[in-house]
Design a binder for this molecule. Sequence first.
Ligand SMILES: *[C@@H]1O[C@H](CO)[C@@H](O)[C@H](O)[C@H]1NC(C)=O
Ligand SMILES: *[C@@H]1O[C@H](CO)[C@@H](O)[C@H](O)[C@H]1NC(C)=O
Ligand SMILES: *[C@@H]1O[C@H](CO)[C@@H](O)[C@H](O)[C@H]1NC(C)=O
Ligand SMILES: *[C@@H]1O[C@H](CO)[C@@H](O)[C@H](O)[C@H]1NC(C)=O
Ligand SMILES: *[C@@H]1O[C@H](CO)[C@@H](O)[C@H](O)[C@H]1NC(C)=O
Ligand SMILES: *[C@@H]1O[C@H](CO)[C@@H](O)[C@H](O)[C@H]1NC(C)=O
Length: 754
Amino acid sequence: MGFLKIFFVFIFCSFPWPTIQSDFETYIVHVESPESLITTQSSFMDLESYYLSFLPETMSAISSSGNEEAASIIYSYHNVMTGFAARLTAEQVKEMEKKHGFVSAQKQRILSLHTTHTPSFLGLQQNKGVWKDSNYGKGVIIGVLDTGIIPDHPSFSDVGMPSPPAKWKGVCKSNFTNKCNNKLIGARSYELGNASPIDNDGHGTHTASTAAGAFVKGANVHGNANGTAVGVAPLAHIAIYKVCGFDGKCPGSDILAAMDAAIDDGVDILSISLGGSLSPLYDETIALGAYSTTQRGILVSCSAGNSGPSPASVDNSAPWILTVGASTLDRKIKATVKLGNGEEFEGESAYHPKTSNATFFTLFDAAKNAKDPSETPYCRRGSLTDPAIRGKIVLCLAFGGVANVDKGQAVKDAGGVGMIVINPSQYGVTKSADAHVLPALVVSAADGTKIRAYTNSILNPVATITFQGTIIGDKNAPIVAAFSSRGPNTASRGILKPDIIGPGVNILAAWPTSVDGNKNTKSTFNIISGTSMSCPHLSGVAALLKSSHPDWSPAVIKSAIMTTADTLNLASSPILDERLSPADIYAIGAGHVNPSRANDPGLVYDTPFEDYLPYLCGLNYTNSQVGKLLKRKVNCSEVESIPEAQLNYPSFCISRLGSTPQTFTRTVTNVGDAKSSYTVQIASPKGVVVKVKPRKLIFSELKQKLTYQVTFSKRTNSSKSGVFEGFLKWNSNKYSVRSPIAVEFALATKYSDI
Ligand SMILES: *[C@@H]1O[C@H](CO)[C@@H](O)[C@H](O)[C@H]1NC(C)=O
Ligand SMILES: *[C@@H]1O[C@H](CO)[C@@H](O)[C@H](O)[C@H]1NC(C)=O
Ligand SMILES: *[C@@H]1O[C@H](CO)[C@@H](O)[C@H](O)[C@H]1NC(C)=O
Ligand SMILES: *[C@@H]1O[C@H](CO)[C@@H](O)[C@H](O)[C@H]1NC(C)=O
Ligand SMILES: *[C@@H]1O[C@H](CO)[C@@H](O)[C@H](O)[C@H]1NC(C)=O
Ligand SMILES: *[C@@H]1O[C@H](CO)[C@@H](O)[C@H](O)[C@H]1NC(C)=O
């Protein structure tokens, strides 16, 4: 499948959805809360009739397809927002706007989908460390919003699993009941309630098993990446909320309905590997649902998006969400192409030949030979019509809306014997190891240029592809994935995002054998890539922390993960990006997750939930916009708003530092040793003076809170663009609590700005 999911994001972000021939569309309608109704018990029926009262009198209309359809409520929300999702025409919405208590109605957004060796790469070892301390995540429930699940997969076996905790109120959808067990404890599906929770795509099965799959011996794809597959929290329970169809579309009304249910069901962690277009927080479906979810003590872990390495591409960036970027493992599934002139280039591929021999075949450059240049270089099915392809190794360009495995199928169908996929230059060293249908590999743009130069320079260019299989021990790992979305955070410039990075490149996890892209492997596992894959790793880590520290709030868990993250790679050098340059702070946030250290962070930054109101007012949102998130009437004029960087967040992002120094306070809570003292260590970003008061924090008991002040001042009057990085660390004789600092200078456009 390779980078297929990344395609979804690229394609669906840039083009509007085709609209179905109907005047009716699904709207998300916010209304004012009927205070009296909501606060009384058994309010739900009353809430429903309150919502119904907003439906227009002219209930039905003839749709453009000629059918009569009635305005109807699809979902009545009671946790994530005050309001409902309804099928309405534009006229009916206009009519509804006149009603008392109406706040807003917007067409729902359609979001899109954004894998063993990973646990040991993360330092998780059986009967040791954080796995032992947390009891493998025992008793914690991870809700997964995705494409559903294949329940009878060995990764979801409940051998050795305890029954779900008493607080669990969830269900397994009617005819699915016998599919659930003590591992898979819940399965709901949406799409107007008709769909089965069965995963027809593979994405949901993959993400769920990554977060909390059971131990499965001998997991591999074509013999590659062979080993024991296991989720990050193998004793955690899984609850599935199927919100995406086979087409990769995930309707906003379904996502909100799933979050609404997950709150009542009693999940502890929500894992959401989906995203959409970047919008203000009050207008982002997942941010809106996650606000109330977090308020109820549930940690929401989300993928950062696959729109990297473009700057300002980070998705799911609300401060109450854990936003996860993607990086590599120290594992390569190596393949090599050798040209007739003796040059060799290394690539990756999960293809494994039954017998490996170094036969040379003629090369065929699909781009050079293209009749229609917009089509053929990408080796789209049906586009390779040249009979000369027969018996040759075909060069194809990556992307173009065609997954690498499908390119290979197209080449095979056209009679080709091998394929070399050439990445775009911005992909750097990031390569996908796909389960190809013929001998094939992915190479970098730089190597691709040399291969094409050779191919087009002589009459009979030849090459051979050989497969070296799984190689562990890349000292440069983790490397930030090219596709991992980057800051700055457009929704809130003063909050650093992504928060953290985790494994998301060439991840092996559970997969349905029935799914198209996997038919050739007949394997119950597949190797795919994306921030969709890094998110469930962090959901699993959060479950481990929740299990060993049941009293930790979502903000505390997040702080523990962020302040203990690694900023160095296995070779003890700063973490690199896809260009093999040191990764910047907008690529890695706090750094790469280190579960063992996160389990014992020393100090944590809790974010009191009340602080989000002054924070949201500080974003200059209107009262009604803030009210949508808070589910109540808000008057920002009566709120002492705070700048974003004042939120008690475990990182610092000063988005417009001018000549006036900016001071913020932070409060840390002692969760390490009762009696302990910490001294501050500061690495100031270039051109900035960072001062901290006091420089020493002395704790005498656990849970004690102490506050410090940090002042950022600009060192010179020169305006420089770009981000400057540093950090602030509180060190005791045992702990080191690190907060990254990102500073951008206010660019002086007028004298008054200097
Ligand atoms: C459940 O029932 C629906 C509709 O009757 C059917 O489409 C679906 O395949 C069934 N699912 C299972 C797991 O049997
Ligand atoms: C996978 O590893 C196991 C244990 O080392 C071994 O028994 C098995 O044959 C391997 N499978 C493949 C396909 O390499
Ligand atoms: C090598 O493999 C190719 C097919 O992939 C086959 O045509 C050829 O005969 C094989 N050569 C040897 C020496 O086995
Ligand atoms: C909100 O408005 C105030 C006053 O105009 C301005 O100083 C501040 O920078 C704005 N905040 C944001 C996040 O844009
Ligand atoms: C908000 O509060 C201000 C100051 O107290 C007041 O003047 C204004 O009328 C209030 N607005 C609303 C909509 O209640
Ligand atoms: C900025 O600094 C330069 C020298 O470093 C000085 O000549 C100039 O007057 C300063 N500009 C302002 C506006 O202070």
